[in-house]
Design a protein around this ligand. Sequence first.
Ligand SMILES: Nc1nc2c(ncn2[C@@H]2O[C@H](COP(=O)(O)OP(=O)(O)OP(=O)(O)O)[C@@H](O)[C@H]2O)c(=O)[nH]1
Length: 408
Amino acid sequence: MLFSKLREPREYQNRRLDSLAEPPEVGHELFVGLSALRDTLSSRHHSRDFAFAHARYLRSRVLALGLIFALLSPLWIVVDALVLPSELLWYTLAGRVGLLLGLVGVLALAYFSLERIRRIRFSAGMLLALPAGFYLLVLIMLPAEQVRHLVGYGFIPFLLVAALSVFPFTLLESLVAGLAMLGLLAFTQVIDGSWLTGRGLESVWLLSSLLVVSLAANHFQLSLLLRLYRQATHDSLTGLFNRGALEEHLEKVQAWQRDTEGQDSLGSVPCSLLMADLDHFKRINDSYGHSVGDSVLCQFAELLMRQTRRHDCVARYGGEEFVIILVGSGQARAMEIADRIRRAVEKTEFSSHDGQSIPVTTSIGVTRLEQDEPAQEAIKRADEALYRAKREGRNQVMAALSPSDPSI
Ligand SMILES: Nc1nc2c(ncn2[C@@H]2O[C@H](COP(=O)(O)OP(=O)(O)OP(=O)(O)O)[C@@H](O)[C@H]2O)c(=O)[nH]1
């Protein structure tokens, strides 16, 4: 059976994210909960496209919270001035200026790092590390007997652990940050002498409880984000990318082609676009019913996934039309792959709900994706080639005329 012959299950799971479209079954909630936990534990199972969406969301939080921290931190100088002896005030003042400069740096880094995943994650980490580092430095620099003069510093680890819940961090990221804050709290307690006292234990308990609440908030926030992302970018029937996601992906591939151009003597990486359409699909609907038509579409989508590589992109363009972006394949190679797909469809036994075999064929239009053209131009060329294939009798692959061809 087509569905059971998955080439690499994990790879496939990453690319086809349609389990959300399935109706709940007995025990399904537990399964969904566990797979959601896997997705929120670390970013290992996130697709590259989601990683970008996630980073954009993280960046907006860094900018918002960074701005709040940058405004609040200098304001506390007023409190310091009221409660600290003047010789200590200079310590904290110098620290606060350093903190403010650091926060401005983090804001600038996040602001100028649109689409730079690593930099955004780094700026989020720094946003938490800077106030913690400032507090640690004040504790180290100040003579131990003077620490009791500090007002409003002890809540910094608590504030930062609470702030974890604002970010869509993975559970592992938050856990590492939370444990660091617990370490900071322990260090404070060793200095002020409350370590292992009733008051000290109460604070550790409170911070641990806050951390658990923040971890729960991270889990729900990230799983909701994943769910919304999947619903917005994936076709609910086949689990493939939808048209909107395809168009975004095409632009990213072209940007990547431009970036890689000139990195070696070979020029930019060639990419191709295939448009595949099932032949006489209306007859399948009319003969076997719409629901069997749906099942054929799913079986076709599975076949396309099996026939392409992990870094290629398969999308449902609409109805019974599918688009495949082949990364690293020029037109000649793309023609071979398209014909391999065509033959695979012809040979495959598509089946109805009662196991009846349904003969299915496909016609495919192939074009090269140029890095500097509007993506819609490539889609239009592939579409025209597809319709030539249909006119020539279907079940065939047709190359588009080159964009530089004067007859276009
Ligand atoms: N079952 C099912 N049918 C769909 C879906 N989307 C579009 N269709 C049907 O796909 C059929 C497309 O028919 P046509 O555009 O005439 O194309 P065709 O019958 O495949 O003929 P050619 O493309 O010329 O080979 C229509 O009957 C649509 O109703 C869907 O999601 N599920």
